[in-house]
Design a binder for this molecule. Structure first.
Ligand SMILES: Cc1cc2nc3c(=O)[nH]c(=O)nc-3n(C[C@H](O)[C@H](O)[C@H](O)COP(=O)(O)OP(=O)(O)OC[C@H]3O[C@@H](n4cnc5c(N)ncnc54)[C@H](O)[C@@H]3O)c2cc1C
Length: 379
């Protein structure tokens, strides 16, 4: 492929692929069937350095560039989308936010724990009345002496069932608008935090998706991340980078389904020949391969721009807008190539079809990506 990866990036990618094949792939169907998160994989991901890829070595991380992290997500998603999203939220949405906006004490306290996998991070923005319109959130954080007191509800929080720290967005002043929102680092053991039952979902079934209730939850002033009123811009900055991560997840799911379909087409014989010899199948495979290559270029370009400190928000939105629907297309084509077998749990493609769909929704729906792209185009 034309996008040039460095030797280090290629080596890292090969290491994650080997790990994913050995440790992640065998669990993927089990997690899906049992609706349970891959807790046993967390220490192994930490040992490999994957949980700390976005964290500098000074804080115990492996401190790679963002493109390397994106390659790792792609490799994990190729075999297990559930594992990929757990890592994405933890390392991208939470760890990078602490790195970019945390004070020294917060970095020292949280980043080594996150890199070592002793703490897993969750990102709590969405509420029953605030999804795409995130600024409409109503969770309140009121000043009381030296503390803030949080009241409100969050929904659909990935990793929420086992996370040790939650990055929570809440209103610190009653006015409407994004300037009234602040970000807090809330430890799981705070009294006043209740965690709901896991959602039963169409796909990424092993991923823990829960609601959170804050009932007079008290945090010290030192839990404020960034400045008062900076929470919305922290969330938007995190989601910009996160979009590349979800695009990489979509790309990896599509790649996994494509490989299954190619292998199947070569060995499945109908009408006296492998179905790969049929032009109808070849055209499906050609379209899938083209989709993958186009998506890959967009994803890597977004990550590369971020690494070079250039504006990347618009390209990240394009990568997500292309790769989400692309993953749905490619996984469905793969299922078609597998015929009846593709529709059964005997093959991973039906799971991949279900897993792909969420990449068109979370961290900004397709429609919200279009808003971001159009805003940049019409500036
Ligand atoms: C499995 C899962 C995991 C998630 N993980 C997290 C998490 O870890 N943390 C977190 O905070 N949130 C999380 N979310 C929430 C997710 O980010 C939201 O579901 C998503 O942003 C969409 O919000 P919504 O569901 O409220 O849909 P809505 O905002 O109600 O949108 C409904 C429909 O209207 C469209 N729409 C809305 N506004 C516009 C507009 N202005 N123009 C055009 N179309 C529009 C949308 O695109 C969509 O098609 C998760 C969700 C799921 C399902």
């Amino acid at each position: 492929m034309p996008f040039h990866l460095t030797d280090e990036q290629e080596i890292m990618r090969a290491a994650v692929r080997q790990f994913a094949e050995a440790e992640v792939k065998p669990l993927a169907a089990v997690l899906d069937r049992e609706h349970r998160p891959p807790l046993e994989t967390i220490p192994k991901l930490a040992d490999l350095g994957v949980l700390g890829m976005t964290i500098p070595p000074d804080y115990g991380g492996s401190g790679t560039d963002y493109l390397s992290f994106i390659l790792a997500l792609e490799e994990l998603a190729r075999v297990c989308a559930t594992t990929a999203v757990m890592v994405e939220v933890h390392a991208s949405l939470v760890a990078t936010s602490i790195l970019h906006f945390g004070d020294q004490a917060q970095k020292t306290r949280y980043l080594p724990e996150l890199a070592a996998g002793r703490l897993i991070g969750a990102f709590a923005l969405t509420e029953p009345g605030a999804g795409s319109d995130a600024a409409a959130l109503t969770t309140r954080a009121e000043v009381d002496g030296d503390d803030f007191v949080l009241n409100g509800q969050k929904i659909f929080i990935t990793n929420g069932g086992f996370a040790g720290v939650f990055l929570v967005l809440a209103k610190t002043s009653p006015e409407a608008g994004s300037k009234s929102i602040s970000a807090f680092l809330v430890d799981r053991d705070r009294p006043g935090l209740s965690v709901g039952e896991p959602e039963r979902k169409m796909g990424i079934r092993g991923s823990s998706t829960v609601s959170l209730l804050f009932d007079d939850l008290r945090v010290p002033r030192s839990a404020l991340l960034g400045q008062l009123g900076q929470g919305f811009s922290i969330a938007m900055r995190s989601l910009d980078g996160g979009r590349t991560g979800i695009a990489a997840q979509a790309l990896g799911i599509a790649q996994g389904a494509y490989e299954e379909a190619v292998a199947y087409a070569k060995q499945r014989v109908q009408f006296g020949q492998p179905i790969a010899r049929l032009q109808a199948i070849q055209w499906l495979i050609a379209d899938m391969a083209t989709d993958l290559e186009a998506g890959r270029l967009l994803v890597y370009q977004a990550a590369d721009l971020e690494d070079r400190g250039l504006p990347f928000s618009d390209v990240a939105a394009k990568a997500k807008l292309f790769c989400g629907p692309m993953a749905s297309r490619v996984t469905h084509s793969a299922l078609q190539i597998l015929g009846g077998n593709g529709y059964t749990e005997a093959y991973p493609v039906e799971r991949m079809c279900r897993d792909a769909r969420i990449t068109e929704i979370y961290e900004g729906t397709n429609e919200i990506q279009r808003l971001v792209i159009a805003r940049a185009a019409l500036r």
